[in-house]
Design a binder for this molecule. Structure first.
Ligand code: SAM
Length: 283
């Protein structure tokens, strides 16, 4: 957007990023758009009111969270139809990224309204940019599941993933989650854990999964705050062109799990443990 471009166009939905901890990361354009929007849809209106007060912005606030997004859509589309401009913010970071917003964006686009991004902080991009793992190709899988079995299945997806994987995890589960990661992917996989990004106690732990787990287990400060987990991809061996899953499924029907894993490892060249963990994740 060039200088002089109007920041408040009628019948436009603005997706506005807000800081993930450091208020200095609020962009001047975000302030301008929020100040001039006809209505600001916010995940938590109390939280956003405080943010806006800090920047001396007065706005007409309306709640839009994961439980009412669909109902709210109709009302907001009506506002757009009436010529209003609508801004969407979440509690922190970029709306619609592990936050509400996707449904509203889709419906506004379907109805033919302009949807404009006002970019800024996003924990996944901030973490990826400083973790020291390859950034050219990555996969973002949102929040890790709360339950152990489901979490292990998610980790098993990266047994043969060549891209860097990025995930959100909570402080309640970070230690157990890293222990699960070690169990499924092995202690030697290179990982990084980015904590409290842009805040006073921002930390990035990196090294083998076993090393990072030990640091998190040994120091309770490393279990506090907000976390992004990043997992290095594996080098794909070009000679293995038979998918592990395609080999394992029929073998598992005919053989006990350990034997099936051993045969699959001979066929594909992967480690026996890798085949065994992957087999468990298929169930
Ligand atoms: N939409 C947000 C974004 O753009 O990053 C993410 C919202 S999601 C509900 C919140 C999760 O993002 C947290 O539980 C944590 O995993 C991650 N996160 C948010 N802020 C963070 C920070 N300052 N440092 C590390 N992780 C953060």
């Amino acid at each position: 957007m060039g200088i002089g471009t109007v920041s408040n166009q009628s019948s436009t939905l603005y997706i506005v990023a807000t800081p993930i901890g450091n208020l200095g990361d609020m962009t001047p354009r975000a302030i301008e758009v929020l100040a001039s929007a006809s209505v600001v849809a916010a995940e938590d209106t109390r939280h956003t009111r405080q943010l806006l007060q800090h920047f001396q912005v007065e706005a007409d606030l309306l709640s839009l969270h994961e439980h009412n997004e669909r109902e709210r859509c109709d009302g907001l589309l009506q506002r757009l139809a009436a010529g209003d401009s609508v801004a969407l913010v979440s509690d922190a970071g970029t709306p619609a990224i592990s936050d509400p917003g996707f449904v509203l964006v889709r419906e506004a686009r379907r109805a033919g309204y302009e949807v404009v991004s006002v970019p800024g902080a996003c924990a996944l991009i901030a973490a990826l940019s400083i973790a020291g793992l390859p950034t050219d190709r990555f996969v973002f899988d949102g929040f890790l599941p709360h339950k152990r079995g489901a979490r292990q299945q998610v980790y098993a997806r990266y047994l043969r993933e060549s891209r860097t994987a990025v995930l959100y995890e909570s402080s309640h589960r970070i230690a157990q989650s890293l222990a699960d990661l070690v169990e499924v992917l092995g202690g030697e996989r290179m990982i990084a854990v980015a904590r409290e990004l842009t805040k006073r106690y921002e930390t990035v732990l990196s090294g083998t999964a076993q090393e990072v787990l030990a640091q998190v287990e040994d120091d309770d400060k490393q279990r506090k705050g907000e976390f992004v987990v990043l997992i290095n991809g594996v080098e794909v061996v070009p000679s293995i062109d038979v998918g592990l899953e395609a080999v394992l499924r029929p073998l598992a029907e005919a053989l006990p799990p350990k034997k099936a894993a051993a045969v699959a490892s001979q066929i594909t060249g992967c480690r026996k443990k890798e085949a065994y963990d992957f087999l468990l994740s298929l169930k």
